[in-house]
Design a protein around this ligand. Structure first.
Ligand code: ADP
Ligand code: GLC
Length: 486
């Protein structure tokens, strides 16, 4: 099979910038597509923090200080590049300090939509300058969702780009990048209203994600169950009809795990490694974790871990009633690492104050602690209201840290509820989005933990799961080839 030329665009790509799973996934697509033999080019904005941290970047000749008009402003952008670690893939960064020199990757600034329209336009212009004619542009989330429309308008008769196809992967339909229709001139299209959703236009808004769904040649999302959920019900968050109206249905491809980074046998963040054959290191990690977070040193006590963005999506509301009561009734520890909504921060801080020996909360983003929590906890809690895929439950399985998950999205596709009689299953799965259901799930899992043979079986089942990218990446390969042969 001939190799394809692929351009991957994402607002965050590991190891350069990460706020959540999008970075893990974009950062895994790039080397894994290359491993299949494709010519891969990846594009990301050059945020100032990335610029400061990366000395290996170098300017790309011929793509320097180019004008880019967005609405009534003219920006200048340059292209910088580096080799994507461990590969010969060209990683390109759109350098435009006027837009990306900000304290955070994402902002609430009034020009937020411009920052990502400019990223999309500058990527297309860079391809022209580089003479790069990809078979496929692979866009991710709302930030790059205008690219499919640009291919069909501004670049429709471009000799280099007119034949390129576009894929839009939805990592989270809850974020649509909605902007006021007053910003329509920023799109750079003639008669923009003729391309945009009429209903939105009548309501004075432009919806980038919806535009991407309408014009992309293929739309994917990150698990088969989420693909159904967003087409059929309220989890579509207003996009159900538009998704269902597509000629080709939305394709659900479960994310993979990068076991180079997330495997207790060789996790670079751990000092004590372990495997299904020798679990002694897991206990050592639990001791280290307890010491690091100053919990009461009771290693036999079951320890529940959480690593999460503190957003409504993650189901923290369910814990408001359930956890204080459970902590009074049952003997377990809880360790939470996360940042986000102040309501949830206040909840976990309050819980840690009330149960200081058994509950610890770490506010912030801490990669090393995230790995230690996966390695040293017994149980991992993800009660998500919705979860397009979710990565931590898959990481947990590999570390023998039994996931408690709600039956939604990628959680449903990656964790099988344990049946103590048959000994089959990998975690605890609950259905209803309410406090009694999550209580039931935590109590059930604690009961399993109390039976050493049952728990051993559960851990072995979990650790035997394989969610490697090697298995998943071929599904993208099939999709691209199917699109090009259609
Ligand atoms: P989402 O992208 O919705 O946040 P995912 O489960 O797909 O959820 O991915 C989250 C990723 O971000 C995981 O790799 C997780 O370990 C990481 N992560 C989330 N919060 C933190 C944090 N506070 N510190 C370190 N890593 C975090
Ligand atoms: C989003 C989703 C998460 C998914 C990640 C990567 O952030 O919330 O469920 O795993 O994208 O696809």
């Amino acid at each position: 099979m001939p190799a394809l030329k692929l351009c991957v665009l994402s607002s965050e790509i590991l190891p350069y910038a990460k706020t959540g799973g999008l970075a893990d996934v974009a950062g895994a697509l790039v080397p894994n597509l290359r491993r299949l033999g494709h010519e891969v080019h990846a594009f990301m904005p050059l945020y100032s923090a990335v610029h400061a941290a990366r000395s290996e970047l170098h300017p790309v000749p011929g793509v320097q200080q180019l004008p880019l008009v967005i609405g009534d402003s003219e920006y200048r952008f340059s292209l910088q590049s580096a080799s994507f670690p461990g590969t010969d893939v060209a990683m390109y960064f759109i350098d435009c300090p006027a837009l990306y020199d900000r304290p955070t990757y994402y902002t609430n600034d009034p020009d937020e939509h411009r920052r990502f329209l400019a990223f999309t336009r500058a990527t297309l212009e860079s391809c022209r300058r580089l003479g790069l004619a990809p078979h496929i542009f692979h866009c991710n989330d709302w930030h790059t969702a205008f690219l499919p429309l640009y291919l069909k308008t501004l670049y429709a008769s471009d000799p280099l780009l007119s034949r390129a196809r576009s894929v839009l992967t939805i990592h989270n339909i809850g974020y649509q990048g909605v902007m006021p229709s007053a910003a329509a001139a920023d799109l750079g299209l003639e008669h923009p209203e003729s391309w945009l959703d009429a209903d939105d236009w009548a309501h004075g808004v432009i919806n980038p994600l919806k535009t991407g769904i309408r014009f992309a040649d293929a739309v994917t999302t990150v698990s088969p169950t989420y693909a159904r959920e967003i087409c059929d019900g309220p989890l579509g968050m207003g996009m159900q009809a538009i998704l269902r109206s597509r000629k080709d249905p939305v394709v659900g491809i479960l994310n993979g795990v990068d076991y180079k980074d997330w495997d207790p046998r060789h996790d670079p963040y751990l000092t004590s490694h372990f495997s299904p054959q020798d679990l002694r290191g897991k206990r050592k990690n639990k001791e280290l974790l307890i010491a690091a977070t100053r919990l009461e040193p009771a290693v036999a006590r079951p320890l529940i871990g959480m690593v999460t963005r503190l957003a409504e999506q993650k189901g923290i509301d369910l814990l408001f009633d359930a956890l204080p009561a459970l902590l009074q009734e049952c003997d377990f520890g809880l360790l939470v690492l996360g940042s986000g909504d102040p309501r949830y921060v206040a909840f976990f801080e309050g819980l840690a104050r009330r149960f200081p020996a058994r509950v610890a909360f770490r506010l912030g983003y801490d990669e090393a602690l995230a790995h230690l929590i996966e390695a040293g906890s017994d149980i991992f809690l993800m009660p998500s209201r919705y979860e397009p895929c979710g990565l931590n439950q898959m990481y947990s399985l590999r570390y023998g840290t039994i996931p408690i998950v709600r039956n939604t999205g990628g959680l449903a596709d990656s964790v099988q509820h344990f049946d103590a009689r048959s000994g089959q299953g990998t975690g605890c799965v609950f259905n209803d989005y309410d406090a009694p259901a999550v209580r039931w799930a935590i109590e059930t899992t604690l009961d399993w933990f109390a039976l050493p043979n049952t728990w051993q079986r559960l851990m072995q089942n979990a650790m035997a799961q394989d969610f490697s990218w090697t298995r998943q990446i071929v599904k993208y390969d099939d999709l691209y080839r199917g699109m090009l042969s259609a």
